[in-house]
Write a protein that binds this ligand. Structure first.
Ligand code: NAD
Length: 514
């Protein structure tokens, strides 16, 4: 097992400082000089904490070549060898999850407890991939025709690209990378340029776990890097997660270049509260799912659909909870919600708060005046609540991706269902009720990929698969779990016969099963 030292100045949150974050190609940090770099901020202070290299097409080509060379050997590695690497990586990640948690908080801004939750869900995806020998078992039909057997085998695709968003810098790469490499592929990962260090930490840890050089490469960058991956003839598949316009672009461009693509997009997730619901439970859930990670989750609840007459009482309970939230630097004890990821993103979210009232909604809690436990120049916006939001407003329609929760009031269950189903997104949704029949009807009728019953963020466990419907996913496969294994393999079916002395001689007819 090779041991790769993870250079401390690139991984510790307090040591990211002015360091340069490099690509990881061929099992080590890239030593070239790139023309462009990007700023990586500490969102809780507003200061530039590091500069990340932004790849041009030549660097992407270098990473793809490294992955291509590694593929010829890695696809021949036994299932036992691949599983052993995955088990070793799981042990290392578990032992060092505190460091990865700190990296996530330092660059993304989410509070430490939330970052720890992200890393834990990532570990579950790794654990699923440890079972790869079982997952790649094919079918076998003895004597499908007389003395003829038929069996199926699942083989890797080759070099695959993974492009991930800023909001889960550890978990989303690990939704894909473990399954991809356990299936025998080699990977070029292009993480978000806003919080790139988690990907390097993961790559170095995989190297330490015994993954051969070149099987996992990390290329940092923005549009030019993604575009090169999309058109590179040696990249066979792309797993993308990000906003809907880019997901659509990635799906269309990648498939036009002959690749298999799964592109997960944005969301506007509704939580329906029926009149018989436990309103304390519903209010807790709305606040947790609306403001956790400052609303920067693709499964965040951004719209509460209150079925009257619960509106007034529910909003009052939400207001009490929102006002009590402790907002500040995610490293400080007791903080429940951190800053937004960049100043530019915070300003975009603020524009919806400014416009919301002009669009006719009632601003019940204004996050601009919330107390902040952090440095003044951090990218802050406190939790914000709008009531009586119309479905024809930008406040309702757009994915804001910040701590802004809207309440839409409707008279009946049917009206609530109509609101959810008319929305172009279909990532997650939830219903809060004591009525099992209503919940069952909702799960049957709602046009959304992931549904919670009295559960506000129904992210499937690692042995199911994650994916939305409609504008929340372009492609045919959901992420991780069984659909992930399916995405990263192609099936071959073999029909075989071992002749015995009784074989029947020449026959020019089309084979029939007898
Ligand atoms: P984004 O679309 O801006 O970026 C995602 C990735 O695409 C990044 O790696 C980025 O570098 C790259 N990219 C950005 N612009 C590009 C362009 N013009 N051409 C090619 N590549 C480009 O998304 P984000 O702001 O990093 O992440 C937040 C978004 O991701 C939200 O919309 C959120 O809902 C979504 N998201 C979805 C899921 C899901 O599972 N459906 C999960 C997490 C996040």
């Amino acid at each position: 097992m090779s041991t790769v030292r993870i250079e401390p100045e690139r991984i510790g949150p307090e040591r990211i400082g002015p360091e340069r974050i490099r690509h990881w190609i061929g099992g080590k940090p890239w030593q070239g000089e790139g023309a462009r770099t990007g700023d990586v901020f500490d969102p809780a202070t507003g200061r530039v904490a590091a500069r990340v290299d932004l790849a041009d097409a030549a660097v992407v080509d270098e990473a793809v070549a490294s992955a291509g060379e590694a593929f010829t050997r890695w696809r021949g590695a036994s299932l036992a060898q691949r599983a052993n690497v995955m088990f070793a990586f799981r042990e290392l990640l578990n032992a060092r999850k505190g460091e990865l948690t700190a990296i996530v908080t330092a660059e993304h801004g989410k509070v430490l407890a939330d970052a720890a939750g992200e890393v834990q869900r990532a570990l579950e995806a790794v654990e699923f991939a440890c079972g790869i020998p079982h997952l790649l078992k094919g079918g076998f039909s003895e004597n499908a025709s007389t003395k003829v057997d038929v069996w199926s085998i699942q083989q890797p695709l080759g070099v695959v690209g993974v492009v991930s968003p800023f909001n889960f810098p550890a978990m989303v790469p690990l939704w894909f990378v473990p399954n991809a490499i356990a299936c025998g592929n080699t990977v070029v990962l292009k993480p978000s340029e806003k919080d790139p260090s988690a990907a390097n930490f993961i790559a170095a840890l995989f190297a330490e776990a015994g993954l051969p050089d070149g099987v996992l490469n990390v290329v940092h960058g923005d549009k030019p890097a993604v575009d090169r991956l999309l058109e590179h003839p040696d990249v066979k598949a792309i797993s993308f997660v990000g906003s809907t316009p880019i997901a659509k672009y990635v799906y269309e461009t990648g498939t036009r270049h002959g690749k298999r693509v799964q592109a997960l997009g944005g969301a506007k997730n509704h939580m329906v509260v029926l009149p018989d619901a436990d309103l304390d439970l519903a209010a807790d859930a709305a606040v947790s799912a609306g403001f956790g990670s400052a609303g920067e989750r693709c499964m965040a609840i951004s719209v509460v659909v209150a079925v009257e007459p619960v509106g007034d009482e529910l909003v009052a309970k939400i207001v009490d909870r929102v006002r009590a939230l402790h907002v500040g630097d995610g490293r400080r004890p007791g903080c429940e919600m951190g800053p937004l990821v960049t100043g530019a993103h915070r300003d975009r979210v603020l524009s919806y708060v400014d416009n919301g009232r002009a669009e006719g909604a009632s601003l019940v809690v204004d996050g601009r005046s919330h107390a902040i436990d952090g440095e003044a120049d951090g990218f802050w916006l406190g939790p914000t609540l709008f009531d009586h939001v119309g479905v024809d407003t930008a406040l309702y329609r757009d994915e804001i991706f910040g701590p802004v929760l809207s309440v839409v009031r409707v008279p009946t269950y049917d009206d609530a269902l109509e609101v959810v189903n008319a929305n172009p997104y279909g990532n997650g949704t939830a219903i809060f009720t004591h009525d099992g029949g209503a919940a069952r009807r909702f799960q049957h009728e709602v046009e959304v990929g992931m549904v919670g019953v009295n559960v506000p963020i129904p992210v499937p466990v690692a042995y199911y698969s994650f994916g939305g419907w409609k504008d929340s996913l372009f492609g045919d496969s959901h992420a991780y779990g069984p659909e992930g294994v399916h995405f990263f393999t192609r099936t071959k079916v073999v029909t075989g016969r071992w002749p015995d002395p009784a074989h029947g001689g020449v026959n020019l007819g089309f084979p029939q099963n007898t």
